[in-house]
Design a protein around this ligand. Structure first.
Ligand SMILES: [Zn+2]
Length: 335
C-alpha cells in the first residue's frame, strides 16, 4: 500500500497506482488541485515507491530508503520550496535542481523531484525548468504541485501529465475533524469554512481552539449590540503573516459569523437549533433583537464578503464593509 492515509482522492490515487504498477508513470506530472487536499502527500508517496529498495511499483514502507524519504533525507529526493513565505520558487533554485537532476542518482537507480508550489515559480524560473522538461533524464520523475495551473506556462503544462486532486467534500472534512477531537458543532462550521482542504481545516481548528469563535460571536451578538470595530479588527487583523494566511484568517472569521446568521435565520423560522446551549442563548437573543429581515440582510452581506475574499478582494476593504453592515444593526438596538 503506497497511498494509505490519503483521503478522498480515489481518482488521482488510482491513476498513480496504475501508472506505477504498469511502469507507465510520466517523467513529469502536474498535481493540480487546491491546497491541503493531499497533493504533497501523494507526491511523497510516489517518490517513496520510486526510491524504495523494493520499488518502483510500490513502496515497502520498511526499508532504509522508504524511511529516508519519509524523513526528507533521501539523497535522490529533491523538494524545492520557496525560500520565504513571501517569495516564489526562484530561477536559481530551479537551476540548482536541473543541475542535480542531470547527475546520476546518489543512492539507488532513480531520482524524484517535487516543486511545491510550482505555480509560485517566476516566468524565468519556469523557462529554466523547460529545458529539463524537454529532455527529462530517463531515471527522473518530476512532480509539479499547483493550486492554480493557469500560472504555469502553456509550454510547461503541455510537457507534463496532469493529475487532478479535488476539494474534499464537507462530510469528509467534518469526519476528519471529529476524529481529531472536535465536537460535531465546530467540526461542521470548520468543515464548511475549510473549502475542502484538510490542511486548512486543521489550521482553523487550532485557531478555533483558541476561542476565536466565541469572541466573534460575542462581538456580533453581545448584549451591548454588535461591536463593529472589534469585528473589523478580528476579520482584518488575524494571524499576521503572508497574504494567504491573512485571507484565510479573514475567511475563517467570516464563515463563523455567516454560519451564526444562518443559524439565526433557521431559528427564526422555527428550526430547532443544533448549537450548544451558550450559542443557542446568543441566537435567541440576537434573532429577537434584530428580526428576520435585518438578519437576512446581514447574512447576505456576510456571504458577499466571503465571495469577495474568495475573489482576492483586499482583506481590509472587506473588513470595513462587514463593520459597516453590522453598524447598520445598531440604531434599532434600543427600539
Ligand atoms: Zn522500501
Amino acid at each position: 500500500m503506497s497511498f494509505e492515509g490519503l483521503i478522498g482522492q480515489e481518482h488521482a490515487v488510482g491513476l498513480l497506482e496504475n501508472a506505477l504498477a504498469g511502469g507507465t508513470l510520466a517523467h513529469a506530472m502536474i498535481f493540480a488541485g487546491p491546497r491541503g487536499v493531499g497533493k504533497r502527500m501523494a507526491a511523497v508517496r510516489v517518490a517513496r515507491a520510486l526510491l524504495c529498495r523494493e520499488g518502483p511499483r510500490a513502496a515497502c514502507g520498511r526499508c532504509g530508503a522508504c524511511h529516508r524519504v519519509d524523513a526528507g533525507t533521501h539523497g535522490d529526493l529533491y523538494v524545492v520550496e520557496p525560500e520565504s513565505s513571501r517569495s516564489g520558487v526562484s530561477i536559481s533554485q530551479v537551476r540548482a535542481l536541473a543541475a542535480a537532476l542531470a547527475q546520476s542518482p546518489m543512492e539507488g537507480e532513480r531520482k524524484a523531484a517535487i516543486i511545491d508550489p510550482a505555480d509560485s515559480m517566476t516566468t524565468q524560473a519556469q523557462n529554466c525548468l523547460l529545458k529539463t522538461l524537454e529532455e527529462p533524464p530517463a531515471d527522473t520523475t518530476l512532480m509539479l504541485l499547483a493550486e492554480n495551473t493557469d500560472l504555469l506556462l502553456p509550454t510547461v503544462r503541455s510537457r507534463c501529465r496532469r493529475v487532478n486532486f479535488i476539494p474534499l467534500d464537507e462530510e469528509t472534512v467534518r469526519d476528519f475533524l471529529i476524529r481529531r477531537g472536535e465536537d460535531s458543532e465546530s467540526a461542521a462550521v470548520l468543515a464548511r469554512a475549510a473549502r475542502g482542504s484538510l490542511e486548512r481545516a486543521g489550521e482553523m481548528a487550532e485557531a478555533a481552539a483558541a476561542g476565536e469563535r466565541a469572541k466573534l460571536i460575542e462581538a456580533l451578538a453581545g448584549d451591548e449590540g454588535p461591536d463593529s470595530e472589534a469585528l473589523r479588527d478580528m476579520i482584518c487583523g488575524g494571524r499576521k503573516g503572508s497574504l494567504r494566511q491573512r485571507r484565510e484568517s479573514a475567511l475563517f472569521s467570516l464563515e463563523i459569523l455567516h454560519s451564526f446568521t444562518v443559524d439565526c435565520i433557521r431559528f427564526s423560522a422555527g428550526a430547532a437549533p443544533g448549537a450548544s446551549v451558550d450559542v443557542t442563548r446568543r441566537l435567541e437573543a440576537f434573532a429577537g433583537r434584530h428580526g428576520f429581515e435585518r438578519i437576512a440582510r446581514l447574512e447576505k452581506d456576510l456571504a458577499d464578503a466571503i465571495i469577495m475574499i474568495d475573489m482576492f478582494a483586499d482583506v481590509r476593504l472587506v473588513g470595513e464593509k462587514v463593520a459597516a453592515a453590522t453598524e447598520r444593526l445598531r440604531p434599532l438596538d434600543k427600539s
